[in-house]
Design a protein around this ligand. Structure first.
Ligand SMILES: Cc1cc2nc3c(=O)[nH]c(=O)nc-3n(C[C@H](O)[C@H](O)[C@H](O)COP(=O)(O)O)c2cc1C
Length: 448
């Protein structure tokens, strides 16, 4: 393992200025590149096993953690001699500079050491993953949208047993008991509430007045402007390559566009896995990265090993954005079920969806009136057809069967495209240390 373990915590770093960013009216000028950057060498050259649709039959790579490869960013052997001698700052100064570049507003805002967020992922981010992330210096976020109220209460208690560091809770603002959950977050003094969609002014105001920070995920500039006006504290800007429900704009276009439009911190998401990505997100105007798939593929996530293996075996082009799951564009692994759903029409989808919606009641302990109440709220807020609604009600059940029970034939495996270039399963602590070391190396390589 090349990752160096920190034995002592670095003292909290001071930002030079904590005043809010002045609102930019123009986009930062694009830098012209005259030469192409040299192509990076992959440490693993073995192509991923080709998959079509049925994952379990594939040839498997080992999910056991491989001996850690040296971070790719350190692969460069020699630095340009002239710059190195004439303009480089002494090593101690450079290290301090890199540290401060990696200490952004979200570190102070959320009380975290690293500008790295583990996002809320339904059925994936439970107490173990979230507490491991927060304990390791990032911000862990519990996925509450797939938990009953009671489960959420219990899971918050479990996280608190494991760490005294700040963590967040991800919610769906259209859940029928959302205000009850808001009260719980306030009572439990949760640091931050994140939302898959814009949560609405009332929810934001209630949380804000009680001191809970809010951070919705957005996929377009206009959404960021809207939620900023409502008073949110930060946004996660998720590009189309991201996992789960996702937008149409690539991360590399979205982050600079959004960060030029709003004053609040913008956290980049969609397609991140390492320290080079973190530096890239900062260069684009972001103040950190939020990752889903990379955290799903750690030893601390509760996803069964054979399911993780399917992700590891999936190529970057083995994912698809489909509306067939619940009526909203969602990036998932292209499984047999997804291919069938894509071909099926609404009439053939509906009966199966309705049946599964009823089974979901048993799994979650939801009563029929509650299910109907939630369905009607969902239908109104998301403008779904009844067939889409039944499928939407059905989707969490199918996703749970795949992600938690490991019945991959159920076939809904949300993922980011980044899964195509992830081939090992580290612990969360190893991952975060590695990302930060790589980010420092990258800044040094760039002479920053
Ligand atoms: C398995 C899975 C489940 C997800 N569930 C949720 C969710 O419940 N709420 C949410 O806001 N986002 C959800 N997402 C999106 C992630 O929180 C995150 O924004 C996204 O994964 C970032 O892209 P990346 O996978 O490339 O890192 C999910 C993503 C995945 C892969």
């Amino acid at each position: 393992m090349t990752v160096q373990k920190r034995t002592t915590k670095a003292p909290p770093r001071k930002r030079k200025s904590t005043a809010p960013k002045a609102k930019r009216t123009t986009k930062p000028p694009a830098k012209k590149r005259t030469t192409k950057p040299p192509a990076k060498k992959r440490t693993s050259t073995a192509p991923k096993a080709k998959r079509t649709t049925k994952a379990p039959a594939k040839k498997r790579k080992s999910v056991a953690p491989k001996p850690k490869a040296k971070p790719k960013t350190t692969a460069r052997k020699s630095k340009p001699p002239v710059r190195a001698k004439s303009v480089e700052a002494p090593p101690a100064k450079k290290a301090a500079k890199a540290k401060s570049a990696l200490h952004t507003r979200i570190c102070d805002m959320f009380g975290i050491e690293y500008p790295i967020i583990q996002t809320g992922m339904g059925w994936v981010s439970g107490a173990r993953l979230t507490s491991a992330t927060s304990q390791a210096g990032g911000l862990g976020i519990l996925a509450a949208a797939t938990m009953t109220f009671r489960e959420l209460e219990e899971t918050i208690a479990k996280v608190k047993d494991r760490t005294d560091k700040p963590f967040g809770v991800n919610m769906r603002a259209d859940q029928s008991d959302v205000m009850k959950r808001v009260d719980l977050l306030i009572r439990e003094k949760i640091k931050v509430a994140s939302f898959a969609q814009a949560p609405g002014e009332r929810v934001i105001k209630t949380l804000k007045d009680a001191g809970v920070l809010t951070m919705p995920t957005i996929g377009a500039r206009r959404h960021a402007e809207k939620v900023q006006a409502w008073g949110v504290d930060a946004v996660i800007a998720q590009g189309q390559e991201g996992g789960g429900h996702t937008g149409q704009i690539p991360t590399s276009i979205l982050i600079p566009d959004v960060s030029a439009a709003v004053d609040i911190p913008v956290v980049g998401a969609g397609g991140f896995r390492d320290g080079r990505g973190l530096v890239a997100a900062l260069a684009l105007g972001g103040e950190g990265i939020a990752m889903g798939t990379r955290f799903l593929l750690t030893q601390d996530s509760q996803v069964p090993d054979h399911v993780k293996q399917i992700y590891v075996d999936t190529k970057a082009n083995g994912t698809v954005v489909t509306k067939a799951v619940d009526g909203h564009p969602q990036r998932v692994i292209r499984t047999l079920l997804i291919e069938q759903l894509e071909k099926a029409n609404m009439l053939t989808r509906f009966p199966r969806a309705a049946l599964n919606a009823l089974s979901l009641m048993k799994v979650t302990g939801t009563s029929l009136p509650e299910l109907l109440e939630e369905g009607i709220a969902m239908k109104q807020s998301q403008e779904l057809t009844w067939a889409q609604l039944a499928m939407a009600a059905n989707a969490p059940m199918l996703t749970k069967a795949s992600m938690v029970d490991g019945k991959v034939e159920a076939g809904i495996l949300p993922t980011g495209q980044i899964t195509g270039v992830i081939d090992e399963i580290p612990t969360v602590a190893e991952l975060l240390e590695r990302i930060m070391a790589e980010a420092r190396d990258t800044l040094e390589r760039l002479g920053a």
